[in-house]
Ligand binder design. Structure first.
Ligand code: DX5
Ligand code: ZN
Length: 216
């Protein structure tokens, strides 16, 4: 079954715990936490305390997406704070093996995220360690940007590579996911859908989650 992961970047941050719980009550599967350092990508967002707040607010899987230039330092910190998945960007992961190993040692599942025009080829050697692959459907930084259509073909390519190797690593799409773009992505092989502005701007979260699930 497809997993739906609301991104709290679009939540009302003055009521973060309630906004997280509300998505659990609405039927979401994971909570997506966007950590941006203002250096790897524009915008400055959450520290590890947000993971602690989320752990108290919900039993859902916490999916932490690190858009930071120094993942070697920060990935284990977010894993230790209680994230279930910690994904770092391939573009910033100079010592990828070391970073992914530190996530595992800190008790979380490691993922790699790729910007829209970053080639899939760079993932190849890391596949043996990965528990999540995040394909960005927008340039990292902000919610509410238009979806980059070439993400659909990239998803298909990745899904073919994984099947040819007999691997079933979840493919998560992050950015621009709505009930208009989700169907093609799932048909191409996506299994986790992150959605920020589309879900959190809805007056009825349960209906929005249900509509997104039914759209695929
Ligand atoms: C962008 C973040 C996304 C963002 C998605 O840098 O990684 O998770 O919140 O927002 P939407 O769904 O509005 O494109
Ligand atoms: Zn994200």
């Amino acid at each position: 079954m497809i997993k739906i992961a609301p991104s709290i970047l679009s939540a009302d941050r003055g009521r973060l715990a309630e906004e997280i719980k509300a998505m659990e009550d609405a039927g979401a599967d994971w909570i997506h936490i966007d950590v941006i350092d203002g250096h790897f990508a524009p915008n400055l967002t959450f520290g590890p305390w947000v993971v602690e707040v989320a752990r108290k607010a919900t039993d859902l899987t916490l999916d932490c997406h690190l858009m930071v230039s120094d993942p070697l330092t920060y990935a284990p910190i977010f894993a230790q704070a209680g994230a279930h998945y910690v994904s770092v960007h391939l573009e910033a992961a100079v010592h990828a093996h070391k970073i992914l190993s530190s996530i595992v040692q800190s008790g979380a599942k490691p993922g790699l995220a790729l910007n829209p025009y970053t080639a899939l080829a760079g993932l190849e050697d890391a596949l043996e360690m990965l528990e999540l692959i995040v394909l960005m459907g927008v340039n990292p930084g902000f919610s509410g940007q238009p979806f980059i259509e070439s993400t659909v073909n990239k998803t298909k390519k990745l899904s073919e590579i994984l099947s040819s190797l007999g691997l079933s690593i979840p493919i998560e799409i992050d950015g621009g996911v709505t009930d208009k773009t989700a169907r093609a992505l799932v048909a191409a092989g996506a299994t986790v859908l992150v959605s920020g502005s589309h879900l959190y701007s809805s007056p009825n979260y349960a209906q929005a989650v249900k509509n997104l699930r039914q759209s695929v």
